[in-house]
Design a protein around this ligand. Structure first.
Ligand code: SAH
Length: 393
C-alpha cells in the first residue's frame, strides 16, 4: 500500500527531512500569554502559586490553601473557599482567575468508556476519555489541540496542530473527569494518550504532572502515569533527567526507517535507529519496562518478517510490546488486520520471549479509541465567531 516513501498526503509536512540535525522543535505558544489577563491560579504549580499570592500581599500559606481547594477539593471559584475570609476571596477574584475546562459533551460507550468533550476558555475543544476497570480506573488526557505529528493512520493527526494546551488545561482534564465521575478519592491512572504529542509540548506537560503529583492535590504517583510519544528525541533526552519520571510508551509502528518515515513523518527528523538508542539510554526504573506501541495495519507492517525484525530491534531492551489493531475510520487509508493475523504476529514475539499484549479497543462505538480523537469544527473561523457574538447581543 505504501511503496513510495512520500505518499501524496504527506507532501508539505513542515518538518525538515534531515534526521541528523538535532535542533529543538519550537512549538507554538499557548494562548492568553500575551494578553494582559489575570493569572490563572489553577494552572500554577504550588510554589509558583504561593509566590504569586505572597507577591499580592497575602501570606504564602494562603497559596497552599488555594491549591488544596482547587486540586484536592475541586473548587472552581474563589467564593467557594469558605475558610478564607470573605474579603480575601474578593481580593483574589479581582486579581486572579481560576480556569476549569467545561464539559460540553459526554458519550458513554457500551463498555463503560466515557468520552468527554471539553470546552476551553478560548472556545477550542479537546477530548478526554475515561476508561473503567483496566484494572484501575484510567483517564486518557490530551496535551494539545490537534497534533503536528501527522501519523498517517491517526485522526487527530488529520486535524493538524491548532495549539498547545497550558499546564492548567492538561491537569484540568483530570480534575474535571475525577469530579464528574465521583472518583476524587479513588486511585486512578493517567495516560497522556489523548490528542497531541506530549513531548512536543514539554514544559506544560511536565508542569501539569507536577501539579497532579503535589501532595496537597491529587498526590498522583509517577508509576500511575504513562507518557506516550512518537519520539521527539531532544525532549526524550530531557525527560530522562526528570525527577518525576512517568512510565514511558513509545509509538513505534514500523521496523525499518523507510516504512516509519512513511507512517510516522517525524521519523524523517528523528529516525528509528536513534530512537532505539535513546530508549537504551533511558533510565528505566527497577522492574519497569518501556512499552512499545505498534499499530497493526493490514498488509503494511503485520507480516512475520516485521515481527521478527521487531524482536531484533528490541533485543537487550527492557521492553514490552503493545499491539494495537488499527481502529479504522473514514479518511484513514488502511485496514485492520484479521484477528488471526494479529495473533500470528503476537505469537512470533511471544515465542522469542518478548512480552506482548494486544490492546483491546475500548469505546470504539463512540470513537473514543486510540487515534480516533478528533474535534470537528473545533476551531471556529473569525466569521463564525463574529456570527456567534452577534447572536449573543
Ligand atoms: N502522540 C503520542 C500520544 C498519542 S497516543 C503518541 O503517538 O504516542 C495514541 C496512540 O494511539 C499512539 O500509539 C498512536 O499511534 C495510536 N493510534 C493512532 N491512531 C490510531 C488508530 N487509527 N488505531 C489505533 N491506534 C492508533
Amino acid at each position: 500500500m505504501l511503496e513510495h516513501s512520500q505518499p501524496p498526503h504527506l507532501h508539505g509536512f513542515a518538518m525538515t527531512p534531515d534526521r541528523r540535525s538535532p535542533s529543538r522543535d519550537s512549538s507554538p505558544p499557548a494562548p492568553g500569554e500575551a494578553e494582559a489577563r489575570q493569572p490563572d491560579l489553577a494552572g500554577l504549580e504550588r510554589p509558583a502559586l504561593e509566590a504569586l499570592v505572597a507577591g499580592a500581599g497575602l501570606p504564602a500559606y494562603r497559596g497552599r490553601q488555594i491549591f488544596r481547594w482547587v486540586h484536592r477539593r475541586g473548587a472552581t471559584d474563589f467564593a467557594a473557599m469558605t475558610d478564607l475570609p470573605l474579603e480575601v476571596r474578593g481580593q483574589l477574584a479581582e486579581r486572579f482567575r481560576l480556569e476549569t475546562p467545561r464539559v460540553a459533551g459526554r458519550e458513554v460507550s457500551s463498555d463503560g468508556t466515557t468520552k468527554f468533550l471539553l470546552a476551553l476558555s478560548d472556545g477550542r475543544h479537546i477530548e478526554a476519555v475515561f476508561i473503567p476497570d483496566t484494572p484501575a480506573q484510567t483517564f486518557c488526557v490530551s496535551t494539545q489541540v490537534g497534533c503536528a505529528m501527522r501519523c498517517v493512520f491517526c485522526l487527530t493527526g488529520k486535524m493538524g496542530m491548532v495549539r498547545n494546551l497550558t499546564a492548567g488545561e492538561i491537569a484540568g482534564q483530570v480534575r474535571v473527569l475525577a469530579r464528574e465521575l465521583g472518583l476524587r478519592d479513588t486511585p486512578f491512572n493517567v495516560v497522556l494518550m489523548g490528542m497531541g504529542e506530549p513531548l512536543h509540548n514539554y514544559d506544560a506537560t511536565m508542569s501539569a504532572l507536577r501539579i497532579l503529583a503535589d501532595g496537597h492535590g491529587f498526590a498522583l504517583p509517577a508509576r500511575r502515569v504513562m507518557l506516550s510519544t512518537v519520539g521527539v528525541l531532544p525532549a526524550l533526552e530531557r525527560l530522562a533527567s526528570e525527577s518525576y519520571m512517568p512510565n514511558l510508551a513509545v509509538s513505534l509502528h514500523a521496523t525499518t526507517e523507510e516504512l516509519r518515515d512513511a507512517l510516522v513523518p517525524v521519523n524523517r527528523k528523528y529516525g528509528l535507529a536513534d530512537l532505539i538508542e535513546a530508549c537504551r539510554r533511558f533510565p528505566v526504573k527497577r522492574r519497569a519496562r518501556i512499552t512499545f506501541e505498534y499499530v497493526l495495519l493490514a498488509g503494511v507492517n503485520d507480516t512475520a518478517a516485521d515481527a521478527r525484525r521487531l524482536v531484533r530491534l528490541l533485543s537487550g531492551l527492557r521492553a514490552k510490546v503493545n499491539l494495537i489493531p488499527l481502529n479504522a475510520a473514514a479518511g484513514i487509508p488502511f485496514e485492520r488486520p484479521s484477528d488471526a493475523r494479529v495473533d500470528a504476529f503476537a505469537h512470533v514475539l511471544a515465542e522469542k520471549g518478548v512480552t506482548v499484549s494486544v490492546r483491546k479497543s475500548r469505546g470504539r462505538d463512540i470513537r473514543a479509541a486510540c487515534g480516533q480523537l478528533i474535534v470537528e469544527g473545533a476551531a471556529p473561523s473569525p466569521a463564525q465567531r463574529l456570527a456567534r457574538l452577534m447572536q449573543e447581543h
